[in-house]
Write a protein that binds this ligand. Structure first.
Ligand SMILES: [Zn+2]
Ligand SMILES: [Zn+2]
Length: 66
């Protein structure tokens, strides 16, 4: 369960994968909108269930392994 008082993710339980000190726009209205996917915050280590929901709501990450 996310911490309502967490300043890092603003209580959403999710942060930007590229900016772990900012909440993700995927889950937070004024969160980081750099385009990186959300990553569970330290206060939300068991967010796997919600993780699928988050990913279902965003564009697939462009995978380039070259
Ligand atoms: Zn947090
Ligand atoms: Zn970001």
């Amino acid at each position: 369960m996310a911490s309502p008082g967490c300043p890092t993710c603003q209580g959403s339980g999710w942060v930007c994968e590229h900016h772990p000190d900012s909440p993700s726009a995927v889950t937070t209205t004024n969160g980081c909108a750099c385009g990186a996917p959300a990553e569970n915050c330290d206060c939300n280590p068991d967010g796997k269930a919600e993780f699928a929901v988050v990913y279902a709501s965003v564009e697939p990450v462009k995978e380039s392994i070259s």
